[in-house]
Design a protein around this ligand. Structure first.
Ligand code: SF4
Length: 231
């Protein structure tokens, strides 16, 4: 039984204002106290910073991973590392259609023709289903990642899914992430040190030039910068 969406909305807006200058740990502590087991983390396993932060406050927390069937082996390696080393329960969510069945019903390599539909089927709808039993979810969004993420609030109301969306590291810079990774020996996707600024499904992820927007390598052939989960 999840809470009333209007109550969640008001709660999110108030907390977003109050916690704007709070530390990541303080934001997570608030979410854990407020939502208990109705709070989960989502991760794309570009790194395990957020998962590590949350699991240190709430051991046993559930981590939702959208397993599209099109991830790099390196990404699945980070997932396995997390599963073995951190006190969390990883829930890998798969879309209703396998990649093969999607090819059969919509034609091969839908991502080359209509990435919005592909993301809708393989990411957006599965996430909505996966979050159904929770009141709040944590994301690793950061304002400095991309202009599209510059307005990310530390706590917000996800009006699409009627959930509270918590972004504890929204105010962190890449330098903050690097410091945390080094201090806590956090698993990081090796592709990030091989020219990839951001890592998603392999068909839609390309290397970026030094100094380029880290997300410029995602859906590089399209006017698309987000999969739809955060928009
Ligand atoms: Fe499909 Fe690409 Fe979206 Fe993955 S990122 S779901 S392959 S369009």
């Amino acid at each position: 039984m999840t809470r009333d969406p209007y109550e969640l909305r008001d709660l999110a807006h108030e907390a977003g204002r109050r916690l704007e200058t709070a530390t990541a740990s303080q934001i997570i502590e608030w979410a854990v106290v407020e939502f208990g087991e109705s709070f989960c983390v989502t991760s794309s396993f570009a790194d395990a910073v957020l998962v590590h932060l949350v699991s240190s406050v709430a051991p046993g927390v559930e981590v939702v991973f959208l397993d599209t069937g099109l991830h790099f082996n390196e990404t699945l390696g980070v997932r396995e590392h997390v599963r073995r080393r951190l006190p969390v329960t990883v829930r890998s969510i798969t879309p209703p259609l396998s990649v093969g069945r999607q090819d059969g019903e919509y034609g091969p390599r839908l991502w080359e023709r209509d990435p919005d539909s592909c993301c809708a089927m393989r990411k957006v709808a599965p996430l909505a289903d996966a979050l159904g039993g929770y009141d709040a979810w944590a994301t690793g969004l950061r304002r400095d990642e991309s202009p599209t993420r510059a307005d990310t609030r530390v706590v917000d109301f996800d009006a699409t899914r009627k959930k509270v969306k918590v972004s504890p590291i929204a105010r962190w810079t890449q330098a903050d992430v690097d410091t945390y990774v080094a201090r806590h020996d956090i698993p990081v996707n090796p592709l990030l040190s091989q020219g990839y600024g951001s890592v998603g499904c392999w068909p839609c992820t390309h290397r970026v030039a030094p100094g380029e927007d880290p997300r410029a390598g995602r859906w590089a052939m399209f006017e698309k910068t987000e999969c739809g989960i955060h928009t």
